[in-house]
Design a protein around this ligand. Structure first.
Ligand code: OXD
Ligand code: MN
Length: 592
């Protein structure tokens, strides 16, 4: 399939290490993928679902000890420990290679070695990058064939170049004690052993497109961010693009695929999805910031996805989708998860492979759920009814606004605009979200998650902040405007005050108006907050006083917040850019 000497040498080295029975290069053809699907169905690795109701769809179950990303076993392996920084686990590269090779040695015996050439981003796009993943799992091959562009065309585009990322995965015994997800940013290499769960083994996603790519972006002058990308079309047919970063469980996929309220639809407003998780951004020839979605599919959380919460995501899963750890409805051979609808199947197999029926469900006890809370769908992006026509073009879309956000019951207003790029970097660096009852542990604990990159930044976060500041200097007055949103303000009883979901469009409209100099704002200590009358409440059962209450910036709450940010900043030591220290000092002074 290729004459690329570096590729062939690496494949040979890995082959000698793991000793497979067979080797198969993934060419990207439907015939080959079909052959693999058939093998996986025969071995039980996949279950074929109802061809009429869910054409081309399959179900897979992982081991019970292997259902999520494992941050405590994820390492950044750089020569100098300092380069990984205080927010990553670090390991010496030479030691780690030795450890991993010892774990993987000989483990492909009796198995096939699959070699997947893949492109992150449309093949040949100047913003795209190429990788190869070696794996012993058909599940990985089939998921990668949805999440990325794979096959011969990728190798043809790579030619003789050595600019590609090496990704090696070995399932081994799925032993949690010997599970490692390791990034070697100095070598463009990723090694993952003893897992078979998506986030740990689909090496194009978090490992490459965020951890390795953020490091590459730092060295090469571009940005790899944990951001959705959407296009907002106004009644004149003009589309403006925004990128947004929220921590997990804050509704990134929902915002990316938002359906505007009816009155706005009737006026001609529309949202187009470019991406739901990752954005790669570079400065274009005209000096503006351009973004592509490096992925080709959605690896979305299933529970809670339904016709109301995210119609477009649900539609995306209706064909050619792989479901992982959801429940199997045995009456009609379809899938189900908590929050899909109010009709749980009478006869089901739960995600652990055991018989399940609705009488077994106890809301407070997640172990009784039919689907695992982190069960997933892997759906082709082309299935999405609102996929942007720019999605598959390699040029990228010009970004007008960057939005940060999190879940804050009291502190942060519904939306505010930072005073300038530097101030926006400060807002992103201090980003935080409160834990909910949906996750184990205490409720309402504030977790700092700068730019939603805490588990994904492949280098020292102080250097990462500096890189953001440097990008702003290069962009100058062409820089996107930076905003912060919070859909989660509550009253004293804990009820959400903002309706969220499609109604977030009302906030997006204010953001775009601000970018175009069309909306007014009130300057506060933290930034520019909308005048209440500029957030359109048409058809909404909400009074002005409630709206005003979620636009407030309470000085006492924010003084506490500033003190917490100061504490958070201590982690970064000398690497904390002076600009951010100054931003914090200015905030404190503004608060009086
Ligand atoms: C994801 C995550 O799976 O951010 O996208 O955890
Ligand atoms: Mn994500």
């Amino acid at each position: 399939m290729t004459n690329n000497k570096q590729v062939l040498a690496w494949v040979e080295e890995m082959k000698n290490l793991v000793n497979p029975d067979k080797v198969m290069w993934i060419d990207g053809s439907e015939a080959q993928l079909d052959e693999l699907r058939a093998i996986a169905v025969k071995s039980g690795e996949l279950t074929k679902l109802n061809e009429e109701l869910l054409p081309g769809c399959y179900l897979h179950r992982t081991r019970q000890n292997d259902v999520a990303r494992v941050e405590d076993r994820t390492f950044i392996c750089t020569t100098k420990e300092e380069d990984a920084g205080p927010t990553n686990h670090w390991y010496d590269p030479a030691e780690m290679y030795k450890k991993l090779y010892n774990i993987a040695r000989g483990t492909y015996q009796g198995r096939t070695m699959y070699i997947i050439p893949f492109s992150m981003g449309p093949i040949g796009s100047p913003l795209a990058k190429i990788g190869l993943e070696i794996t012993d799992s058909i599940y990985v091959v089939l998921n990668m064939a949805i999440m990325t562009r794979v096959g011969q065309k990728v190798l043809d585009t790579l030619g003789d170049s050595n600019d590609w990322v090496r990704g090696f995965h070995a399932s081994c015994d799925i032993d949690p004690e010997n599970r490692y997800i390791c990034q070697f940013p100095e070598d463009n290499t990723i090694i993952s052993v003893n897992s078979a769960y998506g986030g740990n083994v689909l090496l194009g996603k978090k490992c490459f497109a965020l951890r390795i790519a953020s490091y590459q972006g730092w060295k090469e002058g571009w940005m790899a961010e944990h951001m959705l990308i959407l296009g907002l079309q106004n009644p004149k047919g003009e589309v403006k693009y925004v990128a947004a970063a929220f921590p997990s469980a804050c509704g990134k996929t929902n915002l990316a695929m938002l359906i505007p309220p009816k009155y706005l639809q009737e006026k001609g407003y529309k949202i187009w999805t470019v991406g739901d998780d990752i954005a790669w951004m570079r400065i274009g020839a005209d000096g503006r910031l351009y973004a592509i979605n490096p992925e080709n599919g959605f690896f979305g959380v299933a529970p809670g996805t339904n016709e109301k919460s995210n119609f477009n995501a649900l539609e995306s899963t209706k064909k050619n989708t792989i479901f992982t750890n959801v429940a199997l409805n045995t009456d009609n051979n379809t899938v189900w998860w908590e929050g899909l609808d109010k009709n749980p199947p009478e006869n089901a197999i739960d995600w652990k492979g055991n018989p399940w029926n609705p009488s077994m469900f106890v809301k407070a006890d997640k172990s009784t759920y039919a689907a695992h809370p982190n069960s997933r769908f892997t759906a082709p992006a082309v299935n999405c009814p609102c996929i942007s026509e720019e999605f598959d073009k390699g040029a990228g879309v010009p970004i007008s606004a960057i939005i940060f956000g999190g879940r804050r019951a009291k502190c942060t207003p519904l939306v505010y605009q930072s005073k300038n790029w530097e101030n926006g970097v400060f807002v992103g660096s201090a980003m935080a979200s409160e834990t909910t009852a949906a996750a184990a542990g205490a409720v309402g604990v504030v977790r700092r998650d700068p730019m939603a990159m805490l588990p994904f930044c492949g280098y020292h976060m102080g250097d990462y902040f500096q890189h953001w500041l440097d990008m702003g200097k290069k962009l100058g007055d062409k820089a996107p405007k930076i905003f912060n949103v919070n859909w989660f303000r509550t009253d004293d009883e804990g009820n959400f005050l903002w309706p969220g979901f499609g109604d977030n469009m009302r906030v997006l409209n204010w953001i775009i108006d601000r970018c175009e100099g069309k909306a007014d704002a009130t300057e506060t200590a933290i930034g520019y907050v909308p005048k209440a009358e500029d957030i359109d409440l048409t058809d909404l059962d909400m009074d002005m006083d409630t709206l005003k209450s979620i636009l407030t910036v309470d000085a006492e709450t924010w003084k506490k917040e500033a003190a917490e940010i100061e504490e958070h900043y201590k982690k970064f030591g000398d690497k904390l850019p002076a600009e951010l220290k100054n931003q914090l000092a200015t905030l404190k002074a503004n608060l009086g």
